[in-house]
Design a protein around this ligand. Structure first.
Ligand SMILES: Cc1cc2nc3c(=O)[nH]c(=O)nc-3n(C[C@H](O)[C@H](O)[C@H](O)COP(=O)(O)O)c2cc1C
Length: 261
């Protein structure tokens, strides 16, 4: 009987490893378009949820026709024409990674822990005839373990919250991960972001909001065991509704009577 080469098992393992890695890489590349499509669909669902327009079992793309997506320049809040930047293909998160399309943030200007801020962002408008009924804004910022991504929908007064959703994060399930809890998110409805003089004052308190608190219209109960995540959420709201975030857009939009630009 011929003696088996000692190198043979080695080559067999090598070939097997090569075939398996080619299969895994091929599947990852092949599935990427589907993953991206699912991610976009999930984002749309969350925008609809924040606006209170999501219907279980409804066709998300159809429901989303009620929403107009626009690109804005964060520095002055002006609208950017779709011929210049097409909102269908624009990602603020990708823009924030590119030094050409973003600016670095100084530490003292970066309570949300973003490091870089995109020059342009997306806003979502819900109209009734010409009048805008709701403005939905993308938010993100550092929690305890991760960057948390979500949307806040404002009523036409551009201060009262109509809804919030968080669609991606890596906080601990049952602790910080409870930012996904629908009852908690519902407790944001009707709360205000800004004081009458335009100061972002929304805050998540530790424990329960006191009925006697003079600030209760700006306050939401904290989730227990998640104080650091809650701090992150308060910080990111302050950033995104402050002067480096959407405040220039909201001020400009309000001065135009909420019509257009
Ligand atoms: C395994 C593990 C996971 C944790 N995950 C979170 C979290 O996601 N968010 C958070 O704020 N705190 C988390 N904590 C708790 C924090 O370390 C800290 O104790 C907590 O924020 C204090 O909140 P409390 O004052 O509401 O109890 C975690 C702790 C452990 C041990």
């Amino acid at each position: 009987m011929a003696k088996e080469s000692t190198a043979r098992p080695f080559y067999t393992v090598l070939v097997l490893a090569f075939v398996c890695s080619a299969l895994v890489a091929g599947a990852a590349v092949g599935l990427r378009p589907r993953q991206e499509a699912n991610h976009k669909l999930d984002q749309k669902k969350n925008i609809l949820r924040a606006a209170g327009l999501y219907k279980k079992g409804g066709n998300v793309d159809e429901l989303f026709t009620a929403i107009e997506t626009r690109v804005i320049r964060l520095s002055d809040g002006s609208f950017v024409p779709p011929e210049k930047i097409n909102p269908a293909y624009f990602s603020p998160i990708k823009a924030a990674l590119d030094p050409e399309t973003s600016n670095s943030l100084r530490k003292d200007n970066d309570p949300a822990g973003l490091s870089r801020l995109e020059k342009f962002s997306l806003v979502y408008l819900v109209r009734n005839q010409a009048k805008v009924e709701q403005v939905i804004l993308p938010i993100r910022g550092k929690g305890l373990w991760s960057t948390m991504y979500g949307y806040v929908a404002l009523n036409r007064d551009l201060s009262t919250i109509n809804g919030v959703t968080f669609y991606q994060h890596g906080e601990t399930p049952g602790l910080g991960g409870e930012i996904e809890n629908k009852d908690w998110q519902d407790s944001w409805r009707g709360k205000k972001i800004y004081t009458p003089v335009g100061k972002p004052s929304f805050q998540i308190v530790k424990g329960r909001v006191s009925a006697a608190s003079p600030l209760k219209q700006y306050q939401v109960d904290g989730i227990s065991g998640a104080t650091l995540t809650m701090k992150g959420v308060t910080n990111l709201i302050h950033f995104w509704f402050g002067e480096n975030g959407f405040q220039p857009f909201l001020n400009r939009f309000e001065s135009q009577g909420g019509i257009d630009g």
